[in-house]
Write a protein that binds this ligand. Structure first.
Ligand SMILES: [Zn+2]
Length: 602
């Protein structure tokens, strides 16, 4: 049967299912969810398996590791012996037709958008972690009976009858997380669909403010896409101290953000940017998607060279939608583009070492496996992909003389999905559809940007919009105080290219940037830093004070360090610090101003 991720609540009401789960929480305090699974089956072999990864997070995570207390019983109640054929898959021999009952516990004690987390106050369940599937029967309706010891449930699963929820197939089940607890829930109707907003986390949050911003996000998206492709959508927002993450689903998003967001407006806007990002994914990734993304093999890596479409396009549009929602002024949007996207890319040496197509293909072993050396030898397809989509939008607008934008391309891609939802896109098809919809041939430029490690032509394209993208050498102007009296110089004009972090015994080098003074001095990650210019540095505070002073002087610094306990001495010569900045031309032409207004229309 064809791959399908679309479901409306009306489709599930009153259905029956031959594959049923029952979730209970007798040991929630010990972080356990108990799963009982019933499968109506013929006599013979029955194979159950648990996914090794979850779509949207491209790393094999072996969820089976947290499963225990497995039991499988034949229709007459006698216990069957599971024969494991791989780490996540077993088979039982069923003697007679009837209902096979399997049960297990799953231990969830890690907070993440891709895992399940259970404690005495709540349960957040990702079915991909917890619910095994029946080999060969993933296309059937699946029911989930939830014995919820708390008062609320927020999930895109569709109600079947009281206490029972359902999915048309296993792919939709995996795409449907559940938040159970006593959290805040509100709902609103907009553009013909129901929206639910769940807010989880202990804190004095202004819940209504979050609901109001969700309304703006939905309304702004409809201006771009024309209509909503769902009947119901659930925003699950987990506000937890020090945590961050998001995961997209077809009718839901899970957004984890620091609980202190309301303390300042800058961070509140970043939270809204995360909501915009994950919400945008319901179109791009869940529906408009690389050809490899569905149907999924949950056993192993799904390689795609097109995560630049999945995450790059979404990274460009998340800030653009944040701006279109009115959460940024035009000036704030341009500053964010400059600092968080363009300047960040220019600070990553790995952009010259790996193409974005390779970065995408190797995500399973690169982006999701961070090392201190990561940015030296690779570039994120989120970051560079976002910048490529900026260039693509600027290319389309300027070459069409303002007649088209990337929005037209997106709408055409969505129409292509609706015409053939079972199959994703190839790179050639993406280029052909966007070129046709916008009247601008994008293939020649885009293929080069995706496959090469050459610098992107930022200055050229931004220049067409009355903007200057300029490289300069940092200067160190003194700050003033009182009656314009000179005070200290705030930003050193030089840099060293290393980062340090505190450890029990003092400080260690956490990162050495490629082609930097620190690399030339012979420093390496994890080396312990003992002294700078004869001064003992045992804390970040001491380091900051001495290091900053040395950078301000621009003179060589003597470093005493140790690697695996052996002490060595190194001399580091600070070098000029390069600064990249996006500014408006003092006198843009009328045409440049006109194109800027089309690009940033809202
Ligand atoms: Zn994303």
């Amino acid at each position: 049967m064809a791959y399908n991720i679309e479901q409306t609540d009306a489709q599930l009401l009153g259905t029956t299912a031959a594959i049923r789960y029952r979730l209970t929480f007798p040991q929630a305090a010990q972080h356990l969810v108990n799963v009982e699974m019933e499968v109506d089956t013929e006599a013979g072999e029955l194979t159950l398996a648990l996914p090794n990864w979850i779509p949207g997070s491209y790393k094999v995570r072996d969820f089976i590791s947290n499963q225990g207390d497995l039991q499988v019983a034949a229709p007459d109640g006698t216990l069957l012996t599971p024969e494991w054929s791989s780490k996540n898959r077993f088979t039982v021999q069923v003697p007679t037709a009837g209902t096979v009952r399997a049960s297990w516990n799953w231990y969830g004690n890690e907070r993440s958008v891709r895992l399940s987390h259970i404690n005495r106050f709540h349960a957040f369940i990702n079915p991909a972690n917890v619910m095994m599937y029946v080999q060969g029967r993933t296309q059937e309706v699946h029911h989930v009976e939830i014995h919820n010891p708390w008062s609320q449930i927020s999930t895109p699963l569709s109600p079947v009858r009281t206490g029972v929820w359902g999915a048309l197939n296993y792919d939709i089940l995996v795409d449907s997380p559940m938040e159970l607890g006593d959290h805040f829930v509100a709902s609103f109707q907009l553009h013909g669909a129901t929206h639910e907003v769940a807010v989880i986390g202990a804190g004095d949050f202004d819940h209504e403010w979050i609901v109001d911003q969700c309304k703006i996000i939905v309304d702004t998206a409809v201006k771009l896409w024309g209509r909503l492709p769902y009947d119901r959508y659930v925003f699950i927002n987990q506000l937890l101290s020090g945590l961050y993450g998001g995961l997209e689903h077809s009718r839901c998003s899970v957004n984890i953000f620091d609980s202190e967001i309301f303390n300042d407006s800058d961070r509140a806007v970043k939270f809204l940017g995360l909501l915009c990002h994950e919400y945008f994914h319901l179109w791009n990734v869940k529906r408009i998607r690389p050809i490899e993304f569905g149907p999924f093999d949950y056993d192993r890596e799904i390689y795609s060279s097109m995560l630049w479409l999945a995450e790059g396009c979404t990274s460009y549009y998340d800030d653009l939608m944040t701006y279109r929602c009115g959460f940024y002024t035009r000036g704030e949007y341009l500053r964010t583009l400059s600092s968080d996207h363009l300047a960040t890319l220019m600070a990553i040496p790995g952009r010259k070492a790996m193409s974005i197509k390779d970065s995408s293909f190797l995500a399973w072993v690169k982006l999701y496996v961070p090392t201190p050396d990561q940015n030296n030898r690779q570039v994120s397809y989120y970051l560079k992909g976002g910048v490529i989509f900026l260039l693509l939008d600027l290319l389309i607008i300027s070459e069409s003389n303002g007649a088209a934008t990337m929005d037209d391309g997106l709408r055409a891609l969505m129409a292509r999905y609706e015409a053939n939802p079972a199959v994703g896109l190839t790179e050639d098809e993406f280029i052909q559809i966007v070129s046709q919809a916008t009247g601008v041939e994008i293939g020649t430029h885009l293929r080069g940007w995706l496959a090469s490690t050459d610098e992107l032509p930022l200055a050229e394209y931004l220049g067409r919009f009355g903007l200057e993208w300029k490289r300069s050498i940092a200067t160190s102007e003194p700050q003033n105080f009182g009656e314009s009296l000179p005070y200290q110089r705030p930003f050193p004009a030089t840099w060293g290219g290393l980062q340090v972090e505190e450890i029990k015994t003092g400080l260690k080098v956490s990162r050495v940037i490629r082609d930097s003074p620190a690399e030339r001095a012979g420093l390496g990650a994890d080396d312990e830093v003992l002294a700078l210019n004869g001064v003992r540095v045992g804390s970040s505070k001491q380091w900051d004070a001495v290091y900053r002073g040395v950078l301000l002087s621009g003179k060589p610094m003597e470093i005493i360090a140790a690697t695996e306990g052996r002490v060595y001495q190194a001399t580091m010569q600070p070098e000029e610090r390069v600064v990249w900045e996006l500014t408006r031309k003092p006198e843009p032409t009328e045409q440049e101003q006109r194109l800027m207004d089309i690009w940033l229309a809202r």
